[in-house]
Design a protein around this ligand. Structure first.
Ligand code: NAP
Length: 244
């Protein structure tokens, strides 16, 4: 019987790559999106056309009720959920002095609140089944901090604390919780960087290039599978060596 994965923010970038990798590995895939319906539908069609199993569900993960509905629908469709990938997130590059209170709250509601919201429903279900894997997508900036990204760095550091604590709490229930902290990955999230900025950034990365969404998805897939059963509470950072 197939395992089921919910991937938040799966309409683009890393979430999209995760959807394709998990479908290819034989999972039922819940492709969550908030605004990009057409993109989510294209991913769904691609998976279906290659014989895979998927559904798309619209939900704003910053909304607790939205996550309640997302989880409920996932169970209605596939009956159970073994893996949750908390991927949805947003950046905001600004001087700390220019960040408004509402920007601070909105970003935390999504980047941290979204992980809390959906994990609440997933954990209840996984504890009952004594089985589950939760993978949170943090960032290398959550490990090191980044200038002009104080609030983003703080939100991604929060996910690291969340991961470690929840991993300890859920280990006796047979559930692993881990964190992937990517370096700079070539997605729309960095679309505001100029070619010159990307070239400077690449030259600062020991492996000399940005990462690809697929490289992150492969790590997430590994953490979802049986070969990572003895790994919990860890932060794994595919980052080309920019942080070692
Ligand atoms: P992206 O290409 O901008 O995609 C972001 C995804 O999040 C989209 O699918 C978007 O879907 C979804 N999303 C945004 N707000 C949402 C909401 N309220 N509810 C549900 N989904 C929502 O970003 P990405 O680069 O793939 O980043 C994915 C994750 O990796 C983020 O958590 C990011 O912080 C992290 N990360 C990225 C990098 C990088 O360099 N790219 C590095 C480190 C960590 P809709 O358009 O449908 O709203």
């Amino acid at each position: 019987m197939k395992n089921t994965v919910i991937i938040t923010g799966a309409s683009r970038g890393i979430g999209k790559a995760c959807s394709l990798e998990f479908a290819n590995a034989g999972y039922n895939v819940i492709i969550n999106f908030n605004k990009s319906q057409a993109e989510a539908e294209k991913i769904f069609e691609k998976i279906r056309d290659s014989g895979g199993s998927a559904e798309i569900i619209k939900a704003d993960v910053a909304s607790f009720e939205g996550c309640r509905n997302l989880f409920k629908r996932s169970i209605e469709i596939f009956g159970k959920v073994e893996v949750l990938v908390n991927n949805a997130g947003t950046p905001l590059r600004k001087l700390f002095q220019d960040v408004t209170e509402s920007e601070w709250k909105d970003l935390f509601n999504l980047n941290v609140g979204g992980v809390f919201n959906l994990s609440k429903f997933a954990v209840e279900h996984m504890v009952k089944n004594k089985k589950g894997k939760i993978i949170n997508i943090s960032s290398v900036w959550g490990l090191t901090g980044a200038s002009l990204e104080v609030h983003y760095s703080a939100s991604k550091a929060a996910l690291i604390g969340f991961t470690k604590a929840l991993a300890k709490e859920l280990a006796p229930s047979g559930i692993q919780v881990n964190c992937v902290a990517p370096g700079v990955i070539n997605t729309e999230m960095i679309a505001d960087l100029t070619p010159n900025e990307i070239s400077v950034l690449s030259s600062e990365i020991p492996l000399g290039r940005l990462g690809t969404p697929r490289e992150i998805a492969r790590m997430v897939l590994f953490l979802a599978g049986p070969e990572s059963d003895y790994i919990t509470g860890q932060v794994i950072s595919p980052n080309g060596g920019i942080v070692v």
